[in-house]
Design a protein around this ligand. Structure first.
Ligand SMILES: [Zn+2]
Ligand SMILES: [Zn+2]
Length: 328
């Protein structure tokens, strides 16, 4: 009997915030309408036992039984030794911080890398509410291609904007600046490099590689029709990613009206992913004005679009939601 060699999981990714621009909490009436809608779809059998209820809910669309989430950009990445890399610090990082307290960070024994794409509010606003940063002994190693990152973060703590000053964060903080394209190490296992993206004020995408597994995070990034004419200069960077997390804030129609707003559409993302031989595309940076039903629709349209150009099904597309975990 032949031995089947299994691909070993190396990197783990968890999404703590998936919205773009500003957080988007759900409203009481919105929840009530969801419940009303689900109840109207159920029959007596569907609600006879907890198992039946789960089965019934699993058969519904995502927006019926769940929500994509309202927090802004925060990702948790773990290497094969469980070393921690934080990516950005949108409002999602508050809850990530709470989860870290049980992992040595409450005692000041925690250590993490922290990679920052840029400093728009939706990518830094959670930092003042990230408890591990206040605890002496914890160590955070910032890595970025943004210039003056420490000054930019301090600015968020001007007394006119927030009562707690930057130097009241008692954890140890180190800052490493990397030129675009320079390879840098995040611990023993992960090598990373950045690429500049078209975005007002600038933004950097990062490519993380552990062994032969590749994760690319590319938000906030505008690939409009004009940029697609020059796509060849990006394809080498995106080539062969196991997972590509990509800015798909707008529908294609909306992206035509919002040139230079700094974001892309699912169809652009799909084109790039197919041309670069990406295995899994994660749609990310959801517009705050899109509710769960609209995001379901955006996802279905993306799948339909993909079917036209990917008859063999080489590419998988998923929607990012709060709590989504991916293993590579
Ligand atoms: Zn953003
Ligand atoms: Zn931005």
């Amino acid at each position: 009997m032949g031995c089947i060699k299994k691909d070993k999981t190396i990197m783990k990714i968890k999404f703590w915030g998936v919205r773009g621009s500003i957080s988007a909490p759900v409203k009481p009436n919105y929840i009530r309408n969801k419940i009303k809608n689900v109840l109207s779809l159920a029959n007596a059998m569907d609600i006879q036992s907890p198992e039946n209820i789960d089965k019934f809910l699993d058969g519904l669309s995502f927006s019926n039984h769940s929500t994509y989430g309202g927090n802004t950009t925060t990702l948790e990445i773990r290497d094969k030794d469980n070393n921690l890399i934080l990516l950005d610090s949108g409002t999602g990082i508050r809850e990530l911080g709470m989860s870290m307290l049980g992992q040595g960070f409450a005692q000041g024994k925690g250590e993490a890398f922290w990679v920052m794409t840029h400093t728009h509010w939706d990518h830094i606003q959670g930092m003042p509410f990230f408890v591990p940063l206040f605890i002496p002994g914890n160590k955070f190693h910032f890595h970025t291609s943004m210039d003056n990152l420490e000054n930019r973060l301090q600015y968020q703590h001007a007394f006119t904007h927030f009562p707690v000053q930057w130097d009241q964060y008692h954890a140890t903080k180190t800052f490493s600046y990397h030129e675009e394209g320079e390879i840098f190490q995040l611990g023993k296992h992960i090598r990373a490099l950045s690429k500049s993206m078209r975005h007002p004020g600038g933004s950097y995408s990062y490519r993380f590689q552990e062994g032969n597994k590749i994760l690319i995070f590319a938000s906030d990034a505008e690939f409009n029709l004009e940029e697609m004419d020059n796509i060849d200069q990006y394809l080498g960077y995106f080539r062969g990613a196991d997972v590509l997390v990509f800015d798909t804030q707008y529908t294609f129609e909306e992206s035509l009206q919002k040139i230079d707003w700094g974001h892309s559409s699912a169809s652009m993302a799909t084109d790039i992913a197919l041309r670069a031989g990406v295995k899994k595309l994660v749609m990310f940076h959801h517009d705050p004005s899109y509710d769960d039903e609209k995001l379901d629709m955006v996802y279905l349209r993306a799948l339909k679009y993909k079917e036209m150009f990917d008859p063999k099904g080489a590419l998988e597309i998923v929607m990012a939601y709060e709590g989504l975990e991916i293993e590579i």
